[in-house]
Design a protein around this ligand. Structure first.
Ligand code: 4AD
Ligand code: MG
Length: 464
């Protein structure tokens, strides 16, 4: 194979590594082809960047294969790179060798016209070849790298937390069960399914979060972060919820809520700046074709001082607003997306960090405040999306934690290891979770999470 001789188009168009006059070998997929008597133009894209290279065949009669090459076909092209006389492209390729590797006939679904995102979701195995989904998936990779860069540069260790767990970390009951039992043939004991007989000998689930294990890491390595897939069976069919999504969860020992919030804000700004600085090719595309305000929005967030308010203050603001909300506002009930968006978009017109939520609506692991009515929790809300980060300082006091878990009716026998962290060398610690697919919605301007994940899983949809 000529794999190592191949020149990727980004080296020509973005990195400017190949001089005009060079012989180059390209592999790629045909975007468009025009054949006339004296000349043929084949526009190819190889996925390495947004840009295409136009190959010019000056003696089409010598290439009978041209009749078979249609949009979508894969080709091998050798030729001389020249400065293009045509407007709008720097280079073109004068073809000396042309081969079709794989045919695509006229049934190829990704023709050059614009397709709806709904249509493309059905053919997610081909949508990555479009400009939009090529850009989304390239930027997904680049921002993943930025996630590691941010934490590694700050001395955090990357911790791999299990995908199969036996605890429901968020306590919200939105777990997928992992079992080898046949649905109609599970062993029972006293009228209940007997998980003692199951593969792991206990009930097991897909992880909704890696946080509890990240706490183990933090209380040994100091600063850690996780970055992996998480699974929630929550039946909310919204444009911002997926059943499988990637989350980044840093966890810091010897850190309180204020420190946690500072890292969250710095991290978000870092990712947005990375997108603007290092992904200009894709960002230019999103700003032109997906959302004309997307660059401006990221620039704005990067220079904003985030607003900090407590939950109690947020409720007062919402109650005193003249806004008509679908969900009622009352101290003690959760802040809904419409409320979050009101705060970030209308009231403060910038990102908002809401802290100190009522104890009864938050997870068991959050640190109880001195008022005993609220916990040291924070949500970071951004305009257009609402919550993008959820985090908290963790309850490090053994007695307080145990009493709260008992009061919530949790089976504390499953958490002896979690208690041990409080029994032996406990320390204040805090962390947060950033939804990666939601962050990509923000960066790209794509309005549906099904389009920022390459293979989305949502209620009633798990194709590919
Ligand atoms: O607020 P959440 O549920 O927090 C946790 O899971 C904590 N264990 C995090 C921690 O403190 N280590 O989720 C964190 C973030 C949300 O702010 C949101 O961005 C994203 O994860 N998220 C989802 N993204 C897509 N689809 C869903 N169903 C999501 N649920 C949460
Ligand atoms: Mg949350």
């Amino acid at each position: 194979m000529e794999y190592f001789e191949r020149i990727k188009i980004n080296r020509i168009l973005l990195k400017d590594e190949i001089a005009a006059g060079s012989e180059v070998l390209l592999f790629g997929w045909v975007r468009t082809i025009r054949v006339s008597k004296n000349v043929a133009f084949i526009v190819i894209n190889d996925g390495s960047c947004m840009g295409n290279i136009q190959a010019v065949v000056e003696n089409p009669d010598n290439y009978p294969i041209l009749k078979k090459i249609l949009t979508g076909a894969s080709v091998r092209i050798k030729g001389k790179l020249i400065e293009s006389p045509a407007k709008g492209q720097k280079y073109e390729l004068v073809v000396s060798e042309l081969q079709m590797l794989g045919e695509a006939d006229e049934t190829y679904p990704v023709q050059t016209k614009r397709h709806s995102f709904e249509f493309l979701r059905d053919i997610a195995h081909l949508r990555m070849r479009t400009n939009t989904f090529g850009a989304v998936n390239r930027i997904r990779s680049k921002i993943s790298y930025a996630v590691h860069k941010f934490f590694q540069e700050r001395g955090f260790y990357y911790l791999h937390t299990p995908i199969i767990t036996t605890s429901d970390a968020e306590g919200a009951g939105e777990v997928f069960r992992v079992t080898t039992f046949e649905p109609n043939n599970a062993p029972t004991k006293d009228g209940k399914i007997d998980y003692n007989e199951d593969f792991f000998g206990v009930e097991a689930f897909l992880a909704v979060s890696g946080q509890l294990e990240a706490e183990i890491g933090a209380l040994a390595l100091g600063d850690v972060y996780t970055f992996g897939p998480t699974f929630r069976s929550e039946n909310s069919n919204t444009s911002r919820h997926a059943s499988e999504f990637w989350m980044i969860e840093p966890e810091m020992a010897f850190c309180d809520l204020a420190g946690d919030a500072k890292i969250a804000v710095d991290f978000l700004k870092y990712l947005f700046k990375y997108a603007l600085d290092e992904c200009a090719d894709e960002m230019g595309f999103f700003n032109q074709w997906i959302d004309k305000t997307v660059i401006e929005t990221l620039e704005f967030v990067i220079k904003s001082d985030f607003e900090f308010i407590t939950y109690t203050e947020a409720i007062k603001i919402l109650e005193n607003s003249k806004e008509k909300f679908e969900y009622p506002v009352a101290w003690g009930s959760d802040i809904q997306t419409e409320h979050e968006r009101f705060l970030a978009e209308k009231k403060f017109k910038k990102p908002v960090v809401v802290t100190d939520y009522p104890i009864d609506i938050k997870a068991f692991y959050m640190r109880v405040n001195d008022d005993e009515k609220t916990v040291a929790a924070m949500d970071v809300l951004v305009p257009k999306i609402g919550e993008i980060i959820g985090g908290s300082q963790r309850e490090e006091r053994f007695d307080v934690l145990k009493a709260r878990m008992e009061q919530m009716g949790m089976d504390i026998s499953l958490y002896d290891w979690y208690f041990d962290l409080r029994k032996y060398g406990t320390a204040p610690h805090a962390g947060f979770g950033l939804g990666f697919d939601r962050t990509l919605m923000y960066i790209t301007g794509m309005t549906n999470i099904r389009d920022t994940s390459p293979f989305p899983r949502v209620p009633r949809w798990a194709k590919f």
